[in-house]
Design a protein around this ligand. Structure first.
Ligand SMILES: [Cu+2]
Length: 466
């Protein structure tokens, strides 16, 4: 399967390199009749930031900026597509939104009427977590996403497949990460390790219809996918793009990003989206290569507000039926709120930031998690950081008594330097260090100053914008 993964990646990079070498043969969306009453100027707000690019050209609700061979316009690599009032650049993982100004790291091509996008982020890393509960590992944290979109009359159909080799490259029990909790391996809870993500991270279909020029209805169906709960999942947040490590707040915010069985209905206008999901609340089991039997036993609702191209905010609430296989009678009410910002600086420098809060309530004492993370990208250098405050129970960290609340703070900083320039992909060399702050009573378990260090190579598609 790793061969398949690498082949897809290689084919995609080659295709994009060819596209870049012959820019005047860039794929152009086929012209489609525009739905009655839709306005040509309604979408493509990424341009509204005033970067001096060409205005987007309307192709029946699906727009593409600057790449319009038929009109003899200059061809760039910036694509700004949209469906009705909604820009594709605000789409993050699942059906979640991010700021519309977020750069898109992807390769694109056309397959007949299908617009195909390839996204990926892969780390080759050495991960070393200190102390009695620490461990070290050479590993790879990675994902590859293929997305195909086409028009169906005046509607839009999208298929998405996302794949991950972590069950192989971080082992069945995942990678060392101090104070991480959630999911199980061989009948034991995974503690101080991040579980591997499943090979089938996402298999989904989405259908969207413009019911009037301003309003889009959508239906998302996924044997494996992400319900409308929480902010975009961390592997897909621009603010976490250079950080190989999962946040220790993962199971308070975005851990439902791989749910085997998701059905989401949504209604959206340019600045907001309201969604309801039915999904499988059980976390994936330790067989990371299968597609588990889909169930719709849990539900959630999310409201997202993108008041301008730079901002995205969401609040969501959901009921997760029996998420942990080791505690089948425990159900979780999860509430989250998050705010994302994309600061565009001069040149192609930018800062992506996410602030989020999540709360799990099992009917006993609720626990909260706070996260603030940022990624500054400036040409060849990226600087990133993450701060977290998480309340975990003794049970979650395998520290008696079970009901005790343990407050953990973590602070990570890191740096990545790009090793190649002007390629359709970005290869960077980076490192990060994480300091954990915990009650002194845990010194014997974790050491006085628990530290996590990562050194890594990171491969991803170059940004399409600019
Ligand atoms: Cu996850």
């Amino acid at each position: 399967m790793s061969v398949l993964f690498l082949c897809c990646l290689a084919a995609s990079i080659t295709a994009d390199a060819r596209a870049q070498a012959t820019p005047h043969q860039h794929p152009v969306m086929p012209s489609q009749p525009r739905p009655a009453g839709s306005t040509p100027s309604s979408g493509s707000g990424a341009k509204a930031e005033g970067d001096g690019a060409m205005p987007a050209t309307d192709h029946g609700g699906m727009k593409m900026g600057t790449s319009h061979a038929g009109m003899g316009l200059p061809m760039g690599h910036e694509m700004s597509m949209s469906f009705g009032p909604l820009s594709d650049s605000q789409e993050a993982s699942g059906t979640a939104w991010q700021p519309e100004a977020t750069p898109m790291h992807a390769h694109h091509s056309m397959l007949g009427d299908w617009q195909v996008m390839t996204h990926y982020n892969a780390f080759l890393a050495y991960d070393d977590q200190s102390g009695p509960r620490g461990d070290d590992q050479f590993n790879s944290v990675n994902w590859l996403m293929l997305m195909a979109t086409r028009r169906v009359a005046e509607d839009e159909l999208t298929f998405r497949g996302m794949f991950c080799l972590e069950p192989l490259t971080t082992t069945g029990k995942g990678y060392p990460l101090l104070f991480q909790s959630g999911e199980a391996y061989r009948g034991q809870p995974l503690v101080d390790r991040q579980h591997p993500h499943d090979f089938f991270m996402e298999l989904s279909a989405r259908y969207r219809r413009l019911v009037n020029p301003d309003t889009v209805l959508s239906l998302y169906v996924a044997p494996s996918g992400e319900p409308a709960l929480g902010p975009p999942a961390f592997p897909h947040r621009m603010s976490a793009m250079d950080n190989p490590a999962a946040p220790i707040s993962h199971h308070w915010l975005d851990s439902t990003h791989i749910a085997f069985g998701v059905l989401t209905a949504g209604v959206a206008q340019k600045t907001w989206q309201l969604e309801g999901s039915w999904f499988n609340g059980r976390e994936p089991d330790e067989d990371r290569w299968d597609i588990e039997h889909p169930k719709l036993d849990s539900y959630s609702g999310r409201f997202t507000w993108n008041p301008s191209a730079a901002w995205s905010a969401q609040v969501s609430h959901g009921y997760l039926k029996s998420p942990e296989e080791l505690h089948p009678r425990e159900h979780v009410w999860r509430t989250t709120a998050s705010l994302m910002h994309l600061t565009k600086l001069s040149g192609d420098r930018h800062i992506a930031t996410t602030a989020a809060w999540g709360r799990n309530d099992t009917g006993r004492e609720p626990t909260n998690a706070w996260l603030l993370e940022s990624n500054y990208m400036a040409g060849r250098i990226a600087v990133f950081g993450r701060a977290e405050y998480v309340e975990k129970t003794g049970e979650e960290l395998k520290l008696l008594p079970d009901a005790r609340k343990i407050r953990v703070k973590q602070l990570s900083v890191g740096l990545t330097r790009e090793l190649v320039e002007k390629q359709p992909y970005q290869l960077g060399l980076g490192a990060s260090v994480t300091y954990s702050f915990k009650p002194a009573v845990l010194d014997a378990r974790y050491g006085r100053n628990p530290v996590g260090v990562w050194v890594f190579l990171r491969l991803r598609a170059a940004a399409m914008a600019h």
